[in-house]
Design a protein around this ligand. Structure first.
Ligand code: ATP
Length: 212
């Protein structure tokens, strides 16, 4: 279980402060909605370790995550604009999810299997710049698979996609979350994303999360 308890933060120069509390279960998608500027990205940044809270706790199955720097947190992040290197092939982009010391045969085998799992076994040699928006999100998900971190943070990951692609990528996120037992937090403005995916819902307003 991912547990955020009274995690408190104030941006420098801002008057109000945030106090976040939520729980997220493995194999489930927890949706977080709220008006623009309500603090959704701030919450994800605290969980990912990019911001330091002044009080509160953040634990995964009882382990305190707060002392860990971002690169050691059990967290993957997927954003709206896919964070791919456009000039590299899909295969190379996915391989970046593996530690640099991984041996070559293992890299090839694991990347091929991750690309197959997201339904992209045919585009491994194409550069990212030649892929569609949906294919790029699949490549980013394949990289996430290789990292296989138990917390997946999604910040408006479907926004740039057309309706049909959106549906298939949504399904893929749901399937991967269940299969890998990820604690997936989905930040979205779209009620239909929440409806389609969320097991648990929170709304962020006035610096607090309210369930339901
Ligand atoms: N580094 C910063 N320094 C000062 N204020 C910041 C900083 N980052 C964000 N803020 C402010 O904190 C508030 C919350 O920002 P945040 O990006 O978390 O909101 P959001 O809900 O993710 O918004 P959106 O839906 O538009 O992405 C905003 O008023 C923003 O201007």
């Amino acid at each position: 279980m991912l547990s955020v308890e009274r995690l408190t933060y104030a941006h420098p120069g801002q008057t109000g402060s945030y106090e976040f509390s939520l729980t997220a279960a493995p194999g489930e998608i927890t949706a977080i909605s709220g008006a623009s500027g309500s603090g959704k990205s701030t919450l994800l940044d605290l969980i990912a370790g990019f911001l330091k809270p002044v009080a509160g706790s953040l634990t995964l199955d009882g382990t305190n995550l707060l002392p860990l720097p971002p690169e050691q947190r059990p967290v993957s992040l997927l954003l709206q604009s896919e964070s791919l290197f456009e000039h590299l092939t899909a295969t190379r982009n996915v391989a970046l999810g593996l530690p640099p010391e991984t041996r070559k045969p293992e890299v090839s085998q694991r990347v091929a299997s991750a690309l197959a799992e997201v339904g992209l076994h045919t585009v491994g040699d194409q550069t990212a710049s030649t892929l569609s928006g949906g294919q790029k999100q699949r490549v980013a998900l394949a990289r996430t698979l290789l990292r296989d971190r138990p917390i997946l943070l999604l910040d408006e990951p479907f926004s740039a996609l057309d309706d049909e692609t959106r549906g298939t990528i949504r399904e893929l996120v749901r399937t991967l979350t269940i299969q890998h037992g990820w604690h997936t937090l989905l930040v979205t403005h779209h009620a239909d994303d929440v409806e389609a995916l969320a097991s648990r819902r929170y709304r962020l307003a006035d610096g607090r999360l309210v369930e339901g």
